[in-house]
Design a binder for this molecule. Structure first.
Ligand SMILES: Cc1cc2nc3c(=O)[nH]c(=O)nc-3n(C[C@H](O)[C@H](O)[C@H](O)COP(=O)(O)O)c2cc1C
Length: 188
């Protein structure tokens, strides 16, 4: 598959087959993700692969938080959709920023730069997965339970994103996008 096709075909997948993704494929995704560019080549990304019981635990922690927030009439975003995707997915990769919590002179621009770098790594992973016939879901609903997740995992790094990975089990829906002409200014 060429890169253009991978970009065109990639969609967020929220329903997965009951089939495990072999460890070698997850390793290949990670190997390609770390080829992403990063500001000053700082490579701020760190990855934690959750599978089996650990992945189920993530879903349970998020579900408990949803229950708590519902009782308090608080917003739950699309947590329930993300939790269902996590339950069905073969793996979830949590992505962290290794520097934001520990560097004393960490500032707004470093945060912007490192977050862009991590986004590049995540998108590289998504396209690599597409190329391997895998489906993915980039998730920020994890932030609703950030404290609980980080306490459970004893994280030293800042949680940035989650990526669910598995074999897709859904047909593609139309891709809603603004045309590039609507979102671009061109100055000469
Ligand atoms: C930074 C980011 C966070 C996202 N968080 C979630 C999420 O928590 N739950 C979810 O179901 N989808 C999430 N998505 C997926 C978006 O909803 C999806 O990319 C968007 O609707 C466009 O659809 P497409 O990916 O199929 O092109 C996220 C996407 C990005 C880039």
């Amino acid at each position: 598959m060429d890169i253009k096709q991978a970009i065109l075909d990639r969609r967020s997948i929220r329903s997965y087959q009951d089939r495990s993704v072999p460890r070698e494929l997850i390793e290949e995704l990670l190997e390609l993700a770390v080829k992403a560019p990063s500001g000053k080549n700082r490579q701020p990304w760190r990855f934690l692969v959750l599978e089996g019981h650990k992945k189920d635990m993530l879903a349970t922690i998020m579900a408990d938080k949803v229950q708590y927030r519902k009782q308090k009439n608080l917003d739950i975003g699309s947590c329930e959709i993300s939790i269902a995707a996590i339950q069905q997915a073969s793996s979830v990769i949590l992505v962290f920023n290794a520097f934001s919590k520990i560097e004393e002179d960490y500032n707004h621009y470093r945060l912007l730069t490192d977050t862009q770098s991590i986004g590049a790594a995540v998108q590289t992973m998504l396209l690599a997965a597409q190329n391997l016939g895998l489906g993915t879901l980039w998730m920020c609903d994890i932030f609703y339970s950030e404290g609980e997740i980080c306490t459970w995992l004893e994280c030293n790094d800042e949680l940035i994103a989650g990526v669910a990975i598995g074999y897709p089990n859904q047909s593609l829906y139309p891709r809603p996008r603004k045309p590039w002409t609507e979102v671009t200014e061109w100055l000469r």
